[in-house]
Design a protein around this ligand. Structure first.
Ligand SMILES: NC(=O)c1ccc[n+]([C@@H]2O[C@H](COP(=O)([O-])OP(=O)(O)OC[C@H]3O[C@@H](n4cnc5c(N)ncnc54)[C@H](OP(=O)(O)O)[C@@H]3O)[C@@H](O)[C@H]2O)c1
Length: 267
């Protein structure tokens, strides 16, 4: 996928990895639609990049009314979308039973339902045009459940399974997918992980084993942009965690071998 002039939607663009990705993609000549709740942060980023290349679409992705028609609104004002990056994410660290019903729903809505819903909205247009790419940002937590973040882990496992299914369904359509599975990165999300001792202990043990060197969000964003250009199926960082994700992926790979040659594209 050539990023020069490509129209890319990035969710979770207001801070962290999403914000870094927007800057990297802008440097590579992409046109950007920025989604998150924080209108001021998105507007500041649009001013930094220039409003001919970027536009803000503030939206609470946990709100089914707000997300309804989001892709149509973006395409009506900015044109057809070439790449959708489902990066917005929400965790809640603590004992599962201490979560409120609203917190549990929000984690599932943002991480899993919004990811699937935005794919549902964007794919018909991409399929008609025979061109497009979808990036779903997951986590090592999708393969490695940890105490204190089990709802988050379950949503990321769902994103892994969903993206594998999507890839099978989109075979021969000209639309690619990239599943991003990363370990701890130095963003606001990581701060919360250390707030709850059982989770913090697990993180410290991974660090002691040398399995979780903290990633620089700019390095992650640069690798994501490279993965879109190369239309890579998977991006796994850091490298030493990649075998865990690859082993967890094995049954899905077997599934894709079993269905080899079957016509699975949408009709
Ligand atoms: N940091 C890590 O260690 C790590 C590790 C593995 C995977 N990841 C994944 O990487 C992705 C980016 O995370 P990050 O580390 O950059 O986290 P972050 O700094 O906390 O940023 C999260 C982004 O998601 C947006 N967001 C959260 N709730 C939203 C909602 N209801 N509606 C719309 N946007 C919402 C936030 O924007 P607003 O608050 O403005 O809405 C923000 O832009 C996530 O999918 C995360 O699960 C992160």
């Amino acid at each position: 996928m050539d990023l020069a002039n490509a129209h890319v939607v990035v969710t979770g663009a207001s801070r962290g990895i999403g914000r870094e990705l927007v800057e990297v993609l802008a440097d590579r000549g992409a046109r950007l639609a920025l989604v998150a709740r924080s209108r001021d942060a998105l507007d500041a980023l649009v001013r930094e990049i220039g409003d001919e290349r970027a536009a803000a679409f503030p939206c609470d992705l946990a709100d089914s009314v707000a997300i309804d028609g989001l892709i149509d609104r973006i395409e009506a004002t900015r044109g057809p979308i070439d790449v959708l990056v489902n990066n917005a994410g929400l965790d809640h660290t603590g004992a599962f039973t201490a979560m409120t019903a609203a917190q549990l729903r929000a984690v599932i809505e943002v991480n899993l339902i919004a990811t699937a819903e935005l794919c549902r909205q964007v794919l018909p247009g991409m399929t008609r045009r025979g061109h497009g790419h979808v990036v779903n940002v997951s986590s090592i937590a999708g393969s490695l459940p940890s105490a204190g973040v089990i709802a988050y882990c379950a949503t990321k496992a769902g994103v892994n399974q969903f993206t594998a299914g999507l890839r099978a369904e989109l075979k021969h359509t000209g639309i690619g997918t990239t599943l991003v599975e990363i370990g701890p990165a130095a963003t606001q999300m990581m701060d919360h992980l250390r707030d709850y001792e059982p989770t913090a202990k697990g993180v410290r043990r991974l660090e002691r084993l040398g399995l979780a060197p903290e990633l620089d969000p700019r390095v992650v964003a640069t690798a994501m942009a490279d993965a879109i250009t190369a239309r890579r199926r998977h991006l796994r960082m850091p490298k030493r965690q990649a075998p865990i994700s690859a082993i967890a992926e094995l049954p899905r790979r077997i599934g894709s071998l079993v269905t080899l040659g079957l016509k699975t594209a949408p009709r």
